[in-house]
Write a protein that binds this ligand. Structure first.
Ligand code: SAM
Length: 239
């Protein structure tokens, strides 16, 4: 069989660098799923009926930007400093058989008019092709016997302390107003919160943590320039 995607997720992340490594880590990271033209809008509206009652959806998608890079049985999870290897099925690596991804995303709004679905806390690249959706069911998807052993038993790295330069802070309203219409919208306050939460996650490769250096991540239609000193981060400029 062939898989036909149901639509494309437009997100605030035009590039891989700086995307949170799991959903929910940056709740203000928004995405909009717009459905494909392969079916009439009426079919998508039918399929959406009842979704309003759910807070979260399992979103199945394709790691489309990893396909040309291929996959191997062993990967190096960033959380292990990029040094230790782990079996791909013990990880959430994009480089996996068939490049299928699975994210539990918070459903922010169900828009029957467009039709579209709006999500919060996305961990996905802009333009990610979506394959299917399912409601999160707390009775069945939250096993009481779940353990937290194996290589994830170790707590993740602590958040970086974030400060703004006066020049960068001043440009927040302008950057929020300049968001292209097809991407998720932000007020100035929301955009400040989004940038802070992403920088606090310290997007650098794990082996460079603790070093001093300048980094830039692309967000919506601008660059966030960051100076990292140990676990302190300064947002130097929005350009
Ligand atoms: N929650 C999902 C899962 O478990 O399948 C994704 C986890 S994966 C570790 C998240 C990372 O995949 C992001 O930080 C980003 O670097 C990368 N990524 C996101 N969307 C992608 C895409 N469409 N193609 C390739 N890589 C992507």
């Amino acid at each position: 069989m062939e898989i036909e995607t149901i639509g494309t997720l437009r997100t605030c992340f035009p590039e891989k660098f700086g995307i949170p490594r799991q959903p929910g880590l940056a709740p203000l990271a928004r995405g909009i799923l717009r459905f494909s033209a392969a079916q009439p809008a009426a079919v998508w509206r039918d399929a959406m009926r009842g979704l309003e009652g759910f807070s979260h959806l399992w979103v199945t998608f394709v790691f489309h930007a990893a396909v040309t890079e291929g996959w191997k049985g062993l990967v190096r999870p960033p959380r292990l400093g990029g040094k230790e290897k782990m079996g791909v099925w013990a990880t959430r690596s994009p480089h996996r058989p068939n490049f299928l991804g699975l994210s539990l995303l918070e459903l922010e709004a169900v828009d029957f008019d467009e039709p579209a679905l709006r999500f919060r806390g996305v961990d996905l690249l802009d333009g990610t092709p979506v394959v299917d959706l399912r409601p999160y069911h707390p009775d069945h998807d939250l096993p009481r016997s779940a353990t937290r052993d194996g290589w994830i038993a170790q707590a993740p790295a602590p958040a970086a302390a974030v400060e703004w330069s006066a020049a960068a802070r001043q440009r927040i309203p302008e950057m929020a107003a300049r968001t292209p219409a097809e991407l998720p919208a932000y007020t100035a306050d929301e955009l400040r919160g989004l940038v802070e939460s992403l920088v606090a996650l310290d997007p650098r490769p794990a082996h460079q943590r603790g070093e001093v250096g300048d980094w830039a991540m692309r967000l919506l239609a601008f660059d966030v320039k960051i100076r990292m000193e140990g676990t302190r981060a300064t947002i130097v400029a929005l350009e």
